[in-house]
Design a protein around this ligand. Sequence first.
Ligand SMILES: N[C@@H](CCC(=O)N[C@@H](CS)C(=O)NCC(=O)O)C(=O)O
Length: 344
Amino acid sequence: MAKTISDASVEEAQANASERRAKGEFVRGVSGFRSVLGQDADFPAEPGRYHLFVALNCPWCHRVTLARNVLGLQGSITMDVAFPNRTDEGDPEGPNNWEFAPDRHASLTGAPFAECTSETATGENFRLVRQIYRAEGSEERSVPILYDKKTKRIVSNESAEIIRMLNRQAGPLGSSTTDTDRPDLYPMDQAIRDDIDDLNDLIYRTINNGAYKAGFSSDQAVYANAFQAYFETLAALETRLAENDRPFLTGDKFTEADLRLFPTLYRHDPVYYVRMKLNGARILDYPHLWRWLCRVYALPGVAASNSLDHCRQGYFGRSWNKVVPLGPMRPLPYPEAYRHPELA
Ligand SMILES: N[C@@H](CCC(=O)N[C@@H](CS)C(=O)NCC(=O)O)C(=O)O
């Protein structure tokens, strides 16, 4: 399937991946399902036909829940939410599988998560995401998945491409907003597209995937490089917002570049600072980035697109001794802090 977005902003180069992994570097794999809604004859854009499988703690899923909400697609694209922790060693299907478990209790709250669902799209009521892939002969296991309820096939499991196709097909997919009211995440203007493409490359490499490279690599030098690149990019983005005095990364309008930066920065202070060892600074320490974060958080549909409780449970409930830290408390608990741009 022809890809529509430059590779470096979508996925890691896979050269020497096994050697790099053996040395302790975290290397993200490549998504196998790459069909395009409205372009492939098998998957025409229609309201009510498509479905998303997500986990709210996953930042790649966060991209697609953001796109679904800001594009007004909640009523026309259905969604199932997996439990934020994957199966463990004691599971009959083995560890590391995303599980639909609306009754499973979170250690953070001692109660089930209201947002977690069973699997409602395949007709099989599968317990594991892995079973959705296996039904197509694939051994992949990742979320997000864009799924066609009519043909019972996976359309795409690559978030960068899913958000692009939801944006392009929002009208035919049955958006509740009009073309004029709805944000255009990838506007026709070539200069803005070039700017978005450049930002996507930088932000994917150093921020979105860079956070994982810092937090999940076991090699000090790989970690140190990722840490440095992450904070260099934060400083560059702070300068960009300050110099241009613009509300969003590419100008007056919220675009794909903002959407793709948001899931990582939303997790930074309450989760990544500790879990990804990205303790160089908080987003709160960058006034323009903080105000940008609060500005995006205030957009319709953005706060509802995620849950920091799922993030905390997901990242800490599988790491170290599985105890979930309770802070930060000051200057305010999160996500309440995101309603206060004046804190920075
Ligand atoms: N390229 C994918 C990456 C998705 C991804 O890495 N998802 C993680 C969760 S944060 C996952 O499901 N990993 C499980 C696995 O690959 O076994 C995308 O952006 O859609």
